[in-house]
Ligand binder design. Sequence first.
Ligand code: ATP
Ligand code: MG
Length: 392
Amino acid sequence: MKEILLCKYGEIVLKGANRRFFEDTLLKTLRFRAKHFGKFEITRSQSTIIIDPLEEDADLDGMFETASRVFGIVAISRCAVCEKDMEQILETAKSYLPQFLEGKKTFKVEGKRSDKRFPLNSPQISAEVGGAILGVMPRLRVDVHNPEVTVRVEIREFKAFIHAGQFKGAGGMPVGTNGKAMLLLSGGIDSPVAGYMIAKRGVQLEAVHFESFPYTSERAREKVVELARLVSQYAGSFNLHVVSLTHIQEELVKNCEEDYFTLILRRYMMAIADRLAHKYECGGLITGESLGQVASQTMQALGVTDPVATLPVFRPCIGLDKEEIIQIARRINTFETSIQPYEDCCTVFTPKHPRTRPELSKVLEQQNRLDFEALVEEAIAGAYTERIRTEF
Ligand code: ATP
Ligand code: MG
Protein backbone atom coordinates (compact mmCIF):
# COMPACT_ATOMS: atom_id res chain seq x y z
CA MET A 1 0.00 0.00 0.00
CA LYS A 2 1.21 3.45 -0.91
CA GLU A 3 1.72 5.80 2.04
CA ILE A 4 2.47 9.52 1.96
CA LEU A 5 2.72 12.41 4.47
CA LEU A 6 0.38 15.37 4.61
CA CYS A 7 1.65 18.53 6.30
CA LYS A 8 -0.73 21.35 7.18
CA TYR A 9 0.50 24.87 7.61
CA GLY A 10 -1.27 27.71 9.35
CA GLU A 11 -2.62 30.34 7.01
CA ILE A 12 -3.93 33.07 9.29
CA VAL A 13 -0.97 35.39 8.95
CA LEU A 14 -0.45 34.69 5.28
CA LYS A 15 -1.47 37.18 2.69
CA GLY A 16 -0.52 37.94 -0.89
CA ALA A 17 3.15 37.78 -1.75
CA ASN A 18 3.95 36.90 1.82
CA ARG A 19 2.17 33.62 1.48
CA ARG A 20 4.16 32.66 -1.59
CA PHE A 21 7.43 33.40 0.20
CA PHE A 22 6.33 31.41 3.24
CA GLU A 23 5.33 28.39 1.14
CA ASP A 24 8.43 28.48 -1.05
CA THR A 25 10.71 28.61 1.99
CA LEU A 26 8.86 25.75 3.62
CA LEU A 27 9.05 23.62 0.47
CA LYS A 28 12.74 24.38 0.08
CA THR A 29 13.45 23.30 3.65
CA LEU A 30 11.45 20.09 3.31
CA ARG A 31 13.08 19.23 -0.01
CA PHE A 32 16.51 19.81 1.45
CA ARG A 33 15.76 17.55 4.40
CA ALA A 34 14.06 14.92 2.22
CA LYS A 35 17.29 14.29 0.28
CA HIS A 36 18.65 12.70 3.41
CA PHE A 37 15.87 10.09 3.48
CA GLY A 38 15.55 9.05 -0.18
CA LYS A 39 13.65 10.19 -3.24
CA PHE A 40 10.47 12.14 -2.52
CA GLU A 41 8.22 14.39 -4.50
CA ILE A 42 7.09 17.37 -2.42
CA THR A 43 4.22 19.49 -3.68
CA ARG A 44 1.61 21.86 -2.30
CA SER A 45 -2.11 21.90 -2.67
CA GLN A 46 -4.66 23.90 -0.64
CA SER A 47 -2.65 24.70 2.51
CA THR A 48 -1.31 21.16 2.54
CA ILE A 49 2.10 19.91 1.57
CA ILE A 50 2.18 16.40 0.17
CA ILE A 51 5.33 14.36 0.71
CA ASP A 52 5.28 11.45 -1.67
CA PRO A 53 8.01 8.76 -1.61
CA LEU A 54 9.08 7.92 -5.16
CA GLU A 55 10.86 4.68 -4.38
CA GLU A 56 10.30 1.62 -2.19
CA ASP A 57 13.20 2.22 0.18
CA ALA A 58 12.60 5.92 0.84
CA ASP A 59 12.53 6.29 4.64
CA LEU A 60 9.05 7.65 5.41
CA ASP A 61 9.48 7.29 9.20
CA GLY A 62 12.66 9.35 9.10
CA MET A 63 10.96 11.92 6.90
CA PHE A 64 8.04 12.11 9.31
CA GLU A 65 10.40 12.71 12.26
CA THR A 66 12.36 15.43 10.52
CA ALA A 67 9.22 17.15 9.16
CA SER A 68 7.85 17.29 12.70
CA ARG A 69 10.78 19.58 13.53
CA VAL A 70 10.30 21.95 10.60
CA PHE A 71 8.86 25.29 11.68
CA GLY A 72 5.80 26.45 9.75
CA ILE A 73 4.02 23.09 9.86
CA VAL A 74 1.18 22.90 12.36
CA ALA A 75 0.11 19.29 11.86
CA ILE A 76 1.32 16.16 10.09
CA SER A 77 -0.45 12.96 9.26
CA ARG A 78 0.41 9.73 7.57
CA CYS A 79 -1.95 8.90 4.78
CA ALA A 80 -2.76 5.89 2.58
CA VAL A 81 -3.33 6.53 -1.11
CA CYS A 82 -5.46 4.39 -3.39
CA GLU A 83 -7.48 4.54 -6.60
CA LYS A 84 -10.73 6.50 -6.61
CA ASP A 85 -12.85 3.41 -6.48
CA MET A 86 -15.15 2.63 -3.55
CA GLU A 87 -14.12 -1.07 -3.39
CA GLN A 88 -10.49 -0.12 -3.11
CA ILE A 89 -11.21 2.67 -0.65
CA LEU A 90 -13.02 0.27 1.69
CA GLU A 91 -10.27 -2.37 1.43
CA THR A 92 -7.60 0.22 2.15
CA ALA A 93 -9.57 1.64 5.08
CA LYS A 94 -9.94 -1.83 6.63
CA SER A 95 -6.28 -2.73 6.38
CA TYR A 96 -4.70 0.69 7.03
CA LEU A 97 -6.79 2.33 9.73
CA PRO A 98 -6.79 -0.23 12.59
CA GLN A 99 -3.24 0.82 13.64
CA PHE A 100 -4.58 4.33 14.35
CA LEU A 101 -7.78 3.13 16.05
CA GLU A 102 -6.33 0.38 18.24
CA GLY A 103 -7.23 0.98 21.90
CA LYS A 104 -9.56 3.87 21.05
CA LYS A 105 -13.26 3.92 21.92
CA THR A 106 -14.85 6.37 19.52
CA PHE A 107 -14.31 7.68 16.00
CA LYS A 108 -16.02 9.38 13.16
CA VAL A 109 -15.39 9.52 9.43
CA GLU A 110 -15.29 12.75 7.47
CA GLY A 111 -15.68 12.16 3.79
CA LYS A 112 -14.67 14.95 1.44
CA ARG A 113 -15.31 14.89 -2.26
CA SER A 114 -13.20 17.48 -4.08
CA ASP A 115 -13.86 15.67 -7.33
CA LYS A 116 -17.59 16.16 -7.80
CA ARG A 117 -17.73 13.48 -10.50
CA PHE A 118 -17.17 10.81 -7.90
CA PRO A 119 -20.47 8.84 -7.67
CA LEU A 120 -20.91 9.01 -3.88
CA ASN A 121 -21.32 12.30 -2.04
CA SER A 122 -19.44 13.17 1.16
CA PRO A 123 -22.01 11.80 3.69
CA GLN A 124 -22.31 8.59 1.69
CA ILE A 125 -18.54 8.11 1.67
CA SER A 126 -18.44 8.70 5.43
CA ALA A 127 -21.22 6.18 6.06
CA GLU A 128 -19.67 3.45 3.89
CA VAL A 129 -16.18 3.81 5.33
CA GLY A 130 -17.55 4.01 8.90
CA GLY A 131 -19.44 0.77 8.31
CA ALA A 132 -16.34 -0.96 6.94
CA ILE A 133 -14.31 0.07 9.98
CA LEU A 134 -16.98 -1.17 12.39
CA GLY A 135 -16.91 -4.45 10.48
CA VAL A 136 -13.27 -5.07 11.39
CA MET A 137 -13.27 -3.29 14.78
CA PRO A 138 -16.71 -4.04 16.26
CA ARG A 139 -15.93 -2.60 19.69
CA LEU A 140 -15.53 0.91 18.35
CA ARG A 141 -18.40 3.36 18.51
CA VAL A 142 -19.20 6.26 16.22
CA ASP A 143 -19.34 9.61 17.97
CA VAL A 144 -19.88 12.48 15.56
CA HIS A 145 -19.61 15.20 18.21
CA ASN A 146 -16.58 14.27 20.26
CA PRO A 147 -14.65 11.42 18.62
CA GLU A 148 -11.25 10.29 19.88
CA VAL A 149 -10.09 9.81 16.30
CA THR A 150 -11.31 11.47 13.13
CA VAL A 151 -10.80 9.43 9.98
CA ARG A 152 -10.61 11.47 6.82
CA VAL A 153 -11.33 10.20 3.35
CA GLU A 154 -10.60 12.71 0.61
CA ILE A 155 -11.50 12.15 -3.01
CA ARG A 156 -8.92 14.24 -4.80
CA GLU A 157 -8.18 14.94 -8.42
CA PHE A 158 -6.20 11.78 -9.14
CA LYS A 159 -6.39 9.58 -6.06
CA ALA A 160 -8.21 8.94 -2.81
CA PHE A 161 -6.49 9.82 0.47
CA ILE A 162 -7.29 7.98 3.70
CA HIS A 163 -5.87 9.16 6.99
CA ALA A 164 -6.53 9.27 10.72
CA GLY A 165 -4.94 11.04 13.63
CA GLN A 166 -2.94 14.20 13.16
CA PHE A 167 0.31 14.76 14.99
CA LYS A 168 1.29 18.18 16.15
CA GLY A 169 3.89 19.91 14.00
CA ALA A 170 6.58 22.29 15.26
CA GLY A 171 4.38 25.35 14.60
CA GLY A 172 5.90 28.78 14.08
CA MET A 173 7.11 30.15 10.75
CA PRO A 174 9.60 28.69 8.27
CA VAL A 175 13.19 29.59 9.13
CA GLY A 176 14.39 32.28 6.77
CA THR A 177 11.10 34.15 6.46
CA ASN A 178 11.84 36.58 9.28
CA GLY A 179 15.43 37.74 9.06
CA LYS A 180 18.54 36.62 10.92
CA ALA A 181 19.73 37.09 14.50
CA MET A 182 22.88 36.37 16.50
CA LEU A 183 22.39 33.90 19.38
CA LEU A 184 24.74 34.16 22.35
CA LEU A 185 25.11 30.44 22.93
CA SER A 186 26.58 29.25 26.22
CA GLY A 187 26.73 25.65 27.36
CA GLY A 188 23.78 26.21 29.68
CA ILE A 189 20.13 25.27 29.60
CA ASP A 190 18.63 28.61 28.67
CA SER A 191 20.42 29.85 25.57
CA PRO A 192 19.71 26.79 23.35
CA VAL A 193 16.03 27.17 24.31
CA ALA A 194 16.19 30.88 23.47
CA GLY A 195 17.68 30.08 20.04
CA TYR A 196 14.97 27.51 19.40
CA MET A 197 12.23 29.97 20.37
CA ILE A 198 13.40 32.76 18.10
CA ALA A 199 14.13 30.36 15.20
CA LYS A 200 10.53 29.23 15.62
CA ARG A 201 9.42 32.72 14.62
CA GLY A 202 11.09 32.22 11.25
CA VAL A 203 14.47 33.69 12.18
CA GLN A 204 17.64 32.26 10.69
CA LEU A 205 20.30 31.83 13.39
CA GLU A 206 23.92 32.85 13.57
CA ALA A 207 25.62 32.03 16.88
CA VAL A 208 28.54 33.19 18.98
CA HIS A 209 30.13 31.27 21.82
CA PHE A 210 32.64 32.79 24.21
CA GLU A 211 35.34 30.66 25.71
CA SER A 212 38.27 31.29 27.95
CA PHE A 213 40.91 28.74 27.12
CA PRO A 214 42.78 27.35 29.14
CA TYR A 215 40.35 28.26 31.96
CA THR A 216 37.64 26.57 29.92
CA SER A 217 38.37 23.24 28.26
CA GLU A 218 38.19 21.66 24.84
CA ARG A 219 35.35 19.52 26.18
CA ALA A 220 33.35 22.61 27.16
CA ARG A 221 33.57 23.79 23.55
CA GLU A 222 32.60 20.36 22.20
CA LYS A 223 29.55 20.48 24.43
CA VAL A 224 28.50 23.78 22.88
CA VAL A 225 29.01 22.40 19.36
CA GLU A 226 26.83 19.46 20.33
CA LEU A 227 24.14 21.86 21.63
CA ALA A 228 24.34 23.84 18.41
CA ARG A 229 23.80 20.62 16.45
CA LEU A 230 20.75 19.79 18.52
CA VAL A 231 19.32 23.27 17.92
CA SER A 232 19.98 22.81 14.17
CA GLN A 233 17.47 19.96 14.15
CA TYR A 234 14.91 22.75 14.29
CA ALA A 235 16.77 25.85 13.17
CA GLY A 236 18.65 24.33 10.22
CA SER A 237 22.31 25.04 9.42
CA PHE A 238 24.04 28.06 10.91
CA ASN A 239 27.47 29.51 11.67
CA LEU A 240 28.92 29.23 15.15
CA HIS A 241 31.58 31.83 15.87
CA VAL A 242 33.90 30.98 18.73
CA VAL A 243 35.51 33.97 20.43
CA SER A 244 38.15 33.85 23.15
CA LEU A 245 37.70 36.13 26.16
CA THR A 246 40.88 34.98 27.88
CA HIS A 247 42.83 38.17 27.36
CA ILE A 248 39.87 40.35 28.34
CA GLN A 249 39.30 38.37 31.53
CA GLU A 250 42.97 38.51 32.48
CA GLU A 251 42.96 42.27 31.99
CA LEU A 252 39.77 42.56 34.05
CA VAL A 253 41.31 40.64 36.92
CA LYS A 254 44.41 42.79 36.82
CA ASN A 255 42.69 46.16 36.59
CA CYS A 256 39.12 46.13 37.88
CA GLU A 257 37.33 45.58 41.17
CA GLU A 258 36.11 42.04 41.58
CA ASP A 259 32.46 42.99 42.18
CA TYR A 260 32.25 44.31 38.62
CA PHE A 261 33.91 41.43 36.74
CA THR A 262 30.73 39.76 35.54
CA LEU A 263 28.97 42.95 34.52
CA ILE A 264 31.89 44.26 32.54
CA LEU A 265 32.45 40.87 30.97
CA ARG A 266 28.84 40.81 29.90
CA ARG A 267 29.27 44.24 28.33
CA TYR A 268 32.17 42.84 26.33
CA MET A 269 30.05 39.89 25.25
CA MET A 270 27.26 42.16 24.10
CA ALA A 271 29.64 44.45 22.25
CA ILE A 272 31.38 41.59 20.46
CA ALA A 273 28.10 39.85 19.61
CA ASP A 274 26.70 43.14 18.32
CA ARG A 275 29.71 43.75 16.04
CA LEU A 276 29.58 40.21 14.72
CA ALA A 277 25.84 40.56 14.20
CA HIS A 278 26.39 43.58 11.96
CA LYS A 279 29.16 41.80 10.10
CA TYR A 280 26.92 38.81 9.36
CA GLU A 281 23.85 40.91 8.52
CA CYS A 282 21.78 40.06 11.57
CA GLY A 283 18.94 42.29 12.71
CA GLY A 284 19.06 41.37 16.38
CA LEU A 285 20.74 39.52 19.25
CA ILE A 286 19.31 36.61 21.24
CA THR A 287 20.16 35.68 24.82
CA GLY A 288 18.80 33.13 27.28
CA GLU A 289 18.40 35.64 30.12
CA SER A 290 15.50 35.28 32.53
CA LEU A 291 14.60 38.14 34.84
CA GLY A 292 16.11 37.80 38.30
CA GLN A 293 17.59 34.34 37.68
CA VAL A 294 21.12 35.39 38.71
CA ALA A 295 22.82 38.61 39.78
CA SER A 296 23.62 39.59 36.20
CA GLN A 297 19.97 39.24 35.19
CA THR A 298 18.31 41.73 37.52
CA MET A 299 16.58 44.61 35.82
CA GLN A 300 19.40 46.95 36.81
CA ALA A 301 22.08 44.56 35.56
CA LEU A 302 20.30 44.18 32.23
CA GLY A 303 20.07 47.96 32.16
CA VAL A 304 23.84 48.12 32.36
CA THR A 305 24.57 45.53 29.66
CA ASP A 306 21.74 46.30 27.24
CA PRO A 307 22.93 49.78 26.10
CA VAL A 308 26.09 48.24 24.65
CA ALA A 309 24.00 46.62 21.92
CA THR A 310 22.94 48.75 18.97
CA LEU A 311 20.56 46.03 17.74
CA PRO A 312 17.40 44.85 19.51
CA VAL A 313 18.07 42.10 22.05
CA PHE A 314 15.56 39.25 22.05
CA ARG A 315 15.22 37.46 25.38
CA PRO A 316 12.46 34.92 24.87
CA CYS A 317 13.09 33.28 28.28
CA ILE A 318 12.80 36.57 30.16
CA GLY A 319 9.44 35.75 31.74
CA LEU A 320 9.87 32.00 32.10
CA ASP A 321 10.68 30.15 35.33
CA LYS A 322 13.62 27.78 35.24
CA GLU A 323 11.20 24.85 35.38
CA GLU A 324 9.41 26.11 32.29
CA ILE A 325 12.67 26.57 30.43
CA ILE A 326 13.70 23.03 31.41
CA GLN A 327 10.43 21.66 30.07
CA ILE A 328 11.19 23.12 26.65
CA ALA A 329 14.82 21.97 26.85
CA ARG A 330 13.62 18.41 27.48
CA ARG A 331 11.15 18.56 24.64
CA ILE A 332 13.77 19.73 22.14
CA ASN A 333 16.30 17.31 23.55
CA THR A 334 18.99 19.78 24.64
CA PHE A 335 18.56 19.31 28.38
CA GLU A 336 20.77 16.23 28.89
CA THR A 337 23.65 17.86 27.04
CA SER A 338 23.19 21.21 28.81
CA ILE A 339 23.53 19.66 32.27
CA GLN A 340 26.87 18.03 31.56
CA PRO A 341 29.19 19.71 34.00
CA TYR A 342 31.72 21.78 32.09
CA GLU A 343 32.93 25.20 33.05
CA ASP A 344 31.75 28.32 31.23
CA CYS A 345 33.78 31.50 30.81
CA CYS A 346 31.20 33.21 33.04
CA THR A 347 32.01 30.81 35.85
CA VAL A 348 35.76 31.47 35.90
CA PHE A 349 36.76 34.54 37.89
CA THR A 350 33.26 35.03 39.30
CA PRO A 351 32.98 37.66 42.01
CA LYS A 352 31.96 36.54 45.50
CA HIS A 353 29.62 39.51 45.82
CA PRO A 354 28.41 40.46 42.35
CA ARG A 355 26.55 43.76 42.08
CA THR A 356 22.84 43.14 41.73
CA ARG A 357 21.96 46.85 41.52
CA PRO A 358 24.84 48.28 39.57
CA GLU A 359 25.05 51.91 38.57
CA LEU A 360 26.08 52.51 35.00
CA SER A 361 28.46 55.32 35.96
CA LYS A 362 30.38 53.05 38.38
CA VAL A 363 30.53 50.26 35.81
CA LEU A 364 31.85 52.67 33.19
CA GLU A 365 34.44 54.01 35.60
CA GLN A 366 35.70 50.44 36.05
CA GLN A 367 35.43 49.58 32.38
CA ASN A 368 37.42 52.68 31.42
CA ARG A 369 40.45 51.30 33.19
CA LEU A 370 40.84 49.11 30.09
CA ASP A 371 40.93 49.93 26.40
CA PHE A 372 37.45 48.56 25.67
CA GLU A 373 37.54 49.14 21.90
CA ALA A 374 40.96 47.61 21.38
CA LEU A 375 40.07 44.50 23.38
CA VAL A 376 36.81 44.04 21.49
CA GLU A 377 38.60 44.36 18.14
CA GLU A 378 41.30 41.93 19.22
CA ALA A 379 38.74 39.32 20.33
CA ILE A 380 36.85 39.58 17.04
CA ALA A 381 40.04 39.32 15.03
CA GLY A 382 40.84 36.05 16.81
CA ALA A 383 37.38 34.49 16.25
CA TYR A 384 37.00 31.35 14.24
CA THR A 385 33.87 30.03 12.63
CA GLU A 386 32.46 26.55 12.52
CA ARG A 387 29.60 25.62 10.20
CA ILE A 388 26.88 23.71 12.05
CA ARG A 389 25.05 21.57 9.51
CA THR A 390 21.42 20.60 9.89
CA GLU A 391 21.01 17.46 11.93
CA PHE A 392 18.18 15.48 10.48
P1 ATP B 1 22.45 29.59 30.10
O1 ATP B 1 21.73 28.43 30.65
O2 ATP B 1 21.98 29.98 28.78
O3 ATP B 1 23.93 29.44 30.17
P2 ATP B 1 22.56 31.16 32.49
O4 ATP B 1 21.42 31.20 33.35
O5 ATP B 1 23.73 30.34 32.84
O6 ATP B 1 22.07 30.81 31.03
P3 ATP B 1 24.30 33.45 32.25
O7 ATP B 1 25.51 32.61 32.35
O8 ATP B 1 24.15 34.63 33.10
O9 ATP B 1 22.95 32.67 32.32
O10 ATP B 1 24.18 33.95 30.77
C1 ATP B 1 23.08 34.65 30.32
C2 ATP B 1 23.07 34.61 28.82
O11 ATP B 1 24.28 35.15 28.31
C3 ATP B 1 23.04 33.18 28.28
O12 ATP B 1 21.73 32.68 28.19
C4 ATP B 1 23.67 33.37 26.94
O13 ATP B 1 22.76 33.89 25.99
C5 ATP B 1 24.75 34.40 27.21
N1 ATP B 1 26.01 33.74 27.56
C6 ATP B 1 26.50 33.41 28.76
N2 ATP B 1 27.69 32.78 28.69
C7 ATP B 1 27.97 32.71 27.37
C8 ATP B 1 29.05 32.16 26.60
N3 ATP B 1 30.07 31.56 27.18
N4 ATP B 1 29.00 32.27 25.26
C9 ATP B 1 27.95 32.87 24.66
N5 ATP B 1 26.91 33.39 25.31
C10 ATP B 1 26.92 33.32 26.65
MG1 MG C 1 25.45 30.21 31.26
